[in-house]
Design a protein around this ligand. Structure first.
Ligand SMILES: Cc1cc2nc3c(=O)[nH]c(=O)nc-3n(C[C@H](O)[C@H](O)[C@H](O)COP(=O)(O)O)c2cc1C
Ligand SMILES: [Fe+2]
Ligand SMILES: [Fe+2]
Length: 409
């Protein structure tokens, strides 16, 4: 829990959440902060709240208390996005306070009725509508649909230049020292980027085509700091986080980094032995690579690596005439996030019929992944030195194709 005055009369109320699966699905090894904001003009607005998980709205109320903002003095509740991680506090909030107005988009109003309460007082806003709080504080709004839900918008306070961006430009990862990016060294921010990419690939990634549209909207505002609903406030590196988000959006189409992700699964280590040879080849080449075993690795971790990788190595055996099931499940998830355009080499062991490759082709075509494949390599039973030789060649070919593509940029 942390309270920070981020600009004159603008306060961040941040609550940390750990040991839960985000959206009931995504592991967060470093947790997440959920940020709420208070803007004090003559009237008080609360911008986004926190989730309704047990004990979390109470932390928000405690922070409001520390800030000397009686809940009953809040005139406006601005909901940039109705997902319960930001709006879930409403149920507890409206038990305490009844005389406030919710500010949201038209789509947000529809979701407000569906998820919370049809009887709340609502003011629907659209692009450039204004809310004058008095005392020089004026909020305006821009819709950024599908970053992350269809109702999403950003709010902008013109006197201080603070952009309240909700899910856009957010990150996983709790950063205890300070709310601001400029209080961290470049090395610390570089390490934190993994949590930004984890958040982006797990939560926003599927909606990547909408990110450049959102950035166009935001570029029309004189932003001095970006205050998201999750993670650090971007002040010194505000242009960088916007550029990074545009890059992450491009990565969806496979125009990613010169990195390789090796995903593998094996029952009796026949495929596993071939994986060792691939890893040695990757290691010797100096390329950046990530290795994840299925089903041991959570999907969110796989996706974080796949998102920045232009190439994949998939290694799995045949199982009951199909692909080793946890690999098929991982590929389905990668496909649903639409990680398209990767260069891929697939290998694996079979016993009598094969079938893993057929299922890979089926998943690829059905999910329209637009991956380009090197010739796959399958071996019967345990791999021999001749198999290792082919695997080394293919992995080197994959590495070379990334290096030459990168040198063209
Ligand atoms: C439960 C089970 C199901 C299998 N189903 C098939 C199959 O349908 N077709 C086939 O060619 N091999 C099948 N195999 C054989 C494996 O593909 C073979 O043992 C392979 O070497 C396993 O590779 P791994 O050691 O990397 O797990 C099966 C093996 C097991 C244990
Ligand atoms: Fe969201
Ligand atoms: Fe969120």
């Amino acid at each position: 829990m942390r309270l920070t005055e981020i600009a004159h009369g603008v306060h961040q109320l941040s609550v940390n959440v750990e040991n839960i699966l985000f959206e009931g699905l995504w592991e967060m090894p470093k947790g997440v902060s959920i940020n709420s904001y208070v803007v004090k003009g003559d009237e008080v607005a609360l911008i986004d709240g926190v989730c309704g998980w047990d004990g979390v709205p109470e932390s928000l109320f405690e922070l409001l208390d520390q800030l000397n903002v009686p809940i009953k003095s809040i005139k406006y509740v601005v909901l940039n996005h109705l997902e319960p991680d930001h709006a879930g506090f409403l149920d507890a909030f409206k038990q305490i306070h009844s005389d406030f107005e919710v500010i949201c988009t038209a789509k947000g109003a529809e979701l407000l009725t569906a998820f919370y309460d049809a009887h709340l007082k609502v003011r629907i806003v659209k692009d450039d509508d204004m809310l004058n709080l008095g005392g020089g504080k004026v909020l305006s709004f821009k819709e950024i649909p599908h970053v992350h839900w269809p109702d999403a918008m950003v709010s902008f306070e013109s006197q201080t230049g603070v952009l309240f961006s909700c899910d856009a430009f957010g990150s996983f990862g709790i950063m205890e020292k300070s709310a601001f990016d400029d209080d961290y060294t470049d090395a610390e921010i570089e390490a934190y980027e993994k949590e930004t990419i984890r958040y982006y690939s797990n939560i926003i990634g599927a909606f990547s085509p909408f990110v450049p549209k959102a950035v166009n909207q935001i570029n029309r505002l004189a932003v001095r700091m970006i205050a998201p609903g999750h993670g650090l406030i971007w002040r010194k590196r505000k242009d960088k986080i916007v550029a990074d988000y545009l890059d992450y959006a491009c990565y969806q189409k496979g125009i990613a980094r010169p990195e390789i992700t090796l995903l593998w699964g094996s029952m009796y280590n026949n495929t596993g032995a071939a994986v060792q040879v691939a890893i040695e080849t990757l290691e010797a080449s100096g390329i950046t690579y990530h290795v994840h075993q299925v089903p041991e690795t959570p999907w969110g971790e796989l996706l974080t690596s796949v998102w920045t990788s232009s190439a994949l190595i998939l290694a799995m055996p045949t199982y009951e005439y199909k692909m080793f099931p946890p690999m098929a499940a991982a590929l389905e998830e990668i496909g649903k996030k639409k990680a398209h355009g990767r260069k891929v080499f697939r290998m694996g062991s079979y016993g009598w019929s094969g079938g893993a490759q057929k299922e890979l082709d089926e998943i690829h075509d059905r999910l329209r992944l637009n991956w380009s494949f090197l010739p796959p390599h399958e071996f019967k039973g345990k791999p021999l030195e001749t198999d290792f030789e082919i695997i080394r060649e293919r992995v080197l070919e994959l590495i070379e194709s990334l290096k030459s593509e990168n040198s063209k940029k």
